[in-house]
Design a protein around this ligand. Structure first.
Ligand code: GLC
Length: 435
C-alpha cells in the first residue's frame, strides 16, 4: 500500500461518522485541533465528510463561544471520562453532550478555509456563511474571556490548551507554582505503582514515550481546580498563580484571525469593528514576546509578565502567524536550520537537542510531530522561505514513507512512537502529498 492509501485507510478506520477519533483505543473522543487537521485531510478526498467534521465541532460550542478541547463519546462505557470534567457544572456548556471545560489552539478558520479552497464559489460562500457565526463567536470569546487586560494575547489556563501537553516551560511553571502537597507524598512514599495502574494510556504506549506521572498528576490537579470553579473565568482569574500567554497558541490565533477576515470577506459578511481592532492589537502584541538576547519569541507568564526563556518549537511558531517582520523571521529560520538544535536528521523536534530537557522519545519533549511540521511548512512558504519549506516537506514525507503513520517520531532515528494509525498524521500527510 502506498502512503496515500495508508492515509485514507487510517482516516476511514478512525471515522466515527460525525467526527474522526485521533487514534483507535488511546483517544476515543473528539479533540478540537485534531478535528481541524482531520478536516484538512478529509477535504482532499471527501468534501462533505470534511464539512461534517467542522459541524460536529461547532455542535460542541459553549454558549459563551468557547469550543472545548474535547467532546466526549456519549456511550455508557465512557461515563468515567465524562465525569472527570463534568462540563454540566457550567451554565455555559451545551445541554445535550458532555465536553471538557478548556479549549485548544484555535485552528477552525484554517480548516474552514482549506475546505473552502476545494469548493466552487457559491458552495464555498454558503458553507462560509453557515459556519461564520460560530467562528466569530469563538474568536470573540478568546478576547472577552482570555484577554482580560486587553493586551491582545489570549491566556491559557491549562497545559492541554496548548495541545503540547507536557512541553517543558509549562511543566516548569507547574512545578514552581502548582505542585500540590499530595503529589510530594505519593513520590516520597514511592506510590508510583498505583498511579501506573490507573493510567490507561500505558496500555497502549510504552511509559517512556508518555507524560511522566508527576506531570500527569499536576495536570490532573489543575483540571480538578478548574472544575471546582465550574470553569467560571472570573473565579479562575481571581488569585490564580498559573496563567500563561503561550506563544504557540497565540501564533495560531493570529494566523486564524487573518483567515477569519478572509473567509468573512469572501462571504461578504462584515466583521464587528471591535473584533477587527482586536486582530490588529494581537499582531502588535505578538511582538512583545520577542527576546532580543535569544533572538526568538517566548511564552509569557501572565501574572509576573516575565518571558519563560526556555527554547522549544513554540518559539518558531510566529513563522506560522505570518505577521512578523522579515528580519525576525530570518533569525527564526537560522535557529530552525541549526543542526545542533532543531535541524536533526528528521526535523523539527519539539525541544531542541541542545536543551537539557530534550528527550527524543517522550511526547512533547523532543519528538517530531507532523502537525507542527505542517504549520511550519505552510508558514515558511508564505514568508518566502521556499527552499526551507520544501526541504522540510520532502524530509517529512520521506519520514512518513519509511515509518508509516504514527503519533510522533524520534527526530534522530525516525522511529515511529506513541499511537499507531494516528489521524492527524494521516490527514496532513495527504495534504502534504497534494502540493
Ligand atoms: C494528546 C496531545 C494533544 C491531542 C490529543 C488527542 O493529548 O497532546 O495535542 O489533541 O492527544 O490526539
Amino acid at each position: 500500500m502506498d502512503l496515500s492509501e495508508q492515509c485514507i485507510k487510517t482516516l476511514q478506520t478512525n471515522d466515527h461518522g460525525t467526527h474522526t477519533v485521533p487514534a483507535p483505543g488511546l483517544y476515543p473522543h473528539q479533540w478540537l485541533w485534531d478535528s481541524c487537521f482531520c478536516a484538512i485531510g478529509w477535504s482532499q478526498i471527501d468534501i462533505d465528510r470534511a464539512k461534517q467534521e467542522i459541524f460536529s465541532l461547532i455542535h460542541g460550542q459553549w454558549h459563551n463561544g468557547m469550543i472545548p478541547h474535547m467532546i466526549f463519546d456519549m456511550s455508557p462505557k465512557y461515563a468515567r471520562s465524562r465525569n472527570m470534567w463534568r462540563s454540566w457544572l457550567s451554565n455555559n456548556s451545551p445541554s445535550d453532550i458532555a465536553t471538557s471545560g478548556i479549549t485548544q489552539p484555535p485552528l477552525l478558520a484554517e480548516a474552514v478555509s482549506r475546505i473552502g479552497t476545494q469548493m466552487k464559489k457559491t458552495d464555498r460562500q454558503n458553507f462560509y456563511k453557515k459556519v461564520l457565526p460560530a467562528l466569530i463567536k469563538h474568536h470573540q470569546w478568546l478576547y472577552n474571556e482570555r484577554d482580560p487586560h486587553k493586551e491582545g494575547l489570549a491566556l491559557q489556563i491549562h497545559p492541554h490548551e496548548t495541545g503540547m501537553d507536557n512541553t517543558p516551560p509549562w511543566m516548569n511553571q507547574l512545578h514552581e507554582h502548582s505542585l500540590p502537597w499530595w503529589i510530594n507524598i505519593i513520590e516520597r512514599l514511592h506510590l508510583n505503582k498505583i498511579i501506573n495502574a490507573v493510567r490507561k494510556d500505558r496500555h497502549y504506549v510504552p511509559a517512556n514515550q508518555r507524560i511522566q506521572n508527576t506531570e500527569a498528576m499536576m495536570c490532573w490537579d489543575i483540571q480538578h481546580r478548574l472544575r471546582r470553579k465550574h470553569y467560571d473565568i472570573e473565579k479562575i482569574l481571581h488569585r490564580s498563580l498559573f496563567l500563561i500567554e503561550d506563544v504557540h497558541f497565540n501564533s495560531i490565533f493570529v494566523r486564524n484571525n487573518t483567515l477569519l477576515t478572509e473567509i468573512a470577506a469572501d462571504a461578504r459578511i462584515t466583521l464587528p469593528e471591535d473584533l477587527l481592532e482586536n486582530f490588529e492589537r494581537s499582531k502588535v502584541a505578538l511582538e512583545s514576546l520577542w527576546d532580543e538576547n535569544f533572538n526568538t519569541y517566548f511564552s509569557r507568564d501572565f501574572v509576573s509578565h516575565h518571558l519563560l526563556r526556555e527554547p522549544t518549537i513554540a518559539c518558531l511558531m510566529p513563522l506560522y502567524a505570518g505577521t512578523i517582520s522579515q528580519e525576525r523571521a530570518d533569525k527564526l529560520v537560522k535557529i530552525m536550520t541549526n543542526d545542533k538544535s532543531f535541524w536533526l536528521k528528521f526535523p523539527v523536534p519539539t525541544v531542541p537537542r541542545n536543551m537539557r530537557s530534550f528527550n527524543p522519545n517522550r511526547y512533547w519533549q523532543g519528538p517530531t510531530w507532523i502537525n507542527m511540521n505542517w504549520m511550519l511548512i505552510d508558514g515558511l512558504a508564505r514568508m518566502g522561505y521556499e527552499t526551507e519549506s520544501e526541504a522540510l516537506r520532502s524530509n517529512t514525507i520521506e519520514l512518513l514513507r519509511e515509518q508509516g503513520i504514527w503519533e510522533y517520531y524520534n527526530p534522530q532515528t525516525g522511529e515511529g512512537l506513541g499511537s499507531k494509525d494516528f489521524s492527524w498524521t494521516a490527514a496532513l500527510a495527504l495534504d502534504l502529498l497534494e502540493v
